[in-house]
Design a protein around this ligand. Sequence first.
Ligand code: SER
Length: 591
Amino acid sequence: MKKLNSAQLRAAYLEYFKSRGHAVINTASLIPENDPTVLFTTAGMHPLVPYLLGQKHPASTRLTDVQICARTGDIDEVGDASHCTFFEMLGNWSLGDYFKKESISWSFGFLTEALGIDVKRIAVSVFAGDENCKRDDESAKIWKSLGIPSSAIFFLPKENNWWGLAGQGPCGPDTEIFIDTGKKKCGPDCSPACNCGKYLEIWNNVFMQYFKDANGKLTPLEKPNVDTGMGLERTVCILNGFKSVYETDLFADAVHKIEELCNRRADADALTQRSVRIVADHIRTAVFMLGDVKGVTPSNVYQGYVLRRLLRRAIRFGRFIDLPNGALQTVAAIYIEKYKDVYPFIAENAEKIISELVKEEEKFAKTLVQGVKEFEKLVKYIPDKKINGKSAFRLYDTYGFPLEMTVEMAEEVGFSVDTVGFAAALEEHQNKSRVGAEQAFKGGLADSSETTANLHSATHMLHEALRRVLGGEIKQRGSNITAERSRFDFEFGRPLTPEEIQTVENLVNGEIKKALPVICAETSVDEAKSSGAIGVFDNKYDERVKVYTVGFSKEICGGPHAANTGDLGTFSIQKEQSSSAGVRRIYSVLK
Ligand code: SER
């Protein structure tokens, strides 16, 4: 195996695919363009979705890149050997060009020839098939022809060998590539699907053959694509025989700096090791979120909230290892140095990165100690081991504890938190500070009763469902909501089909079933805009607006709204008709 460092692996990967006709493209921003369904770019394919759906890419039908990604879904796993909230994904794509044979052969070639990995150490999984898509014998055959024995080819179900975005988008069966660490099988059924550590996933080749719509229905794509992604951190780790990604050149200097600042070794004990890794991981992610071309700053909404959570979590874990105040910027400076040549925007935004970190650390360090005391008091006196919504809200509002932090701290001592109660307390607090009736009138509401508020929330989701079914360009023209029904007018050139009406209803009812807390966030117009919220942006730049998140809808609005989508009952469209030329009108009710 060739002991490549991160720079060498990036270069080797791009060169390998470049010499096979791929155009090398730059990383896209960590903040997705025009996509209200996700906060961060989570995979290399993300910025390429329009092209995977058939739009012509200006560079080529074969692309390769290194994409910066953030995934916070696995945040609880951070601290183990390989999970990171930020990572770089090496990828190559075929946009209706080559398919399984070339894709698999090149992956094999890159691993065995360019990286010098012994065939015996490679294991793969392929899709086992289900009622929608047949077993992927074709991929298995190609792997066999390259010299992978049947014993190293595993047929696994959809949960392992299918890839698509969480919402709608291109998707398909995949074949995943693992390094066999040589450990003993953990049992007769040991496979890459288990977490025993025998198999480490490094690469995923997705054969995108379908488009999944908002209802989960699959339609074959006109031309199938290939989407692959290889984790840079993990692969460097494996190539060098390291025990964890924190030993790679990407993290090593930062980890040493943390050890020096805390005056202890990172592997002193399990808590120290986990804390050092969490601090190292979260600060790196924060550097990229702040330094991105569309960089965000810590706030209480959307991307800014995730960033705040990460930083405050890093500060809390820093306390476990006596990380001194002011350490965030010292560690961040190491990352800026490490990445500045690969990602020039990190160098360009270095000052912003540091000053925002200093601000956030100063803000939180002040209240953390008192907040922890308050938390400990709660834990001591609550007999039923459940922290109520009001207390969690107090920790949030007075001490700056993100809800997730309170939940995590509670779990550490065997407690739970009433998160729905938290959302209600937050809502109540926000409602107090606004002029209810006047706002309601502005929003086209007849009154601020509970039933009207419920219909108002349903109307937001109707709007978003229409955008998803008919396209993001549909434009609201007006709305009028009474306790009995909602009337919603929007620009659209033709009557809706019965199927479209049904899909819209299903989408809204789906969000109602999920019983999601309605969240209201007060923010600047600019922040609201960049978060992807829809609404009329007629406010002045520096004015504050409220953004309501109701299920999948995010809209600037004055309220009032339901506390939870679960309160709405069943949404039903009563009538769809023309209102005036090019404008449709929908009457709907809640039953
Ligand atoms: N999109 C696939 C993944 O994230 C391959 O890159 O695994």
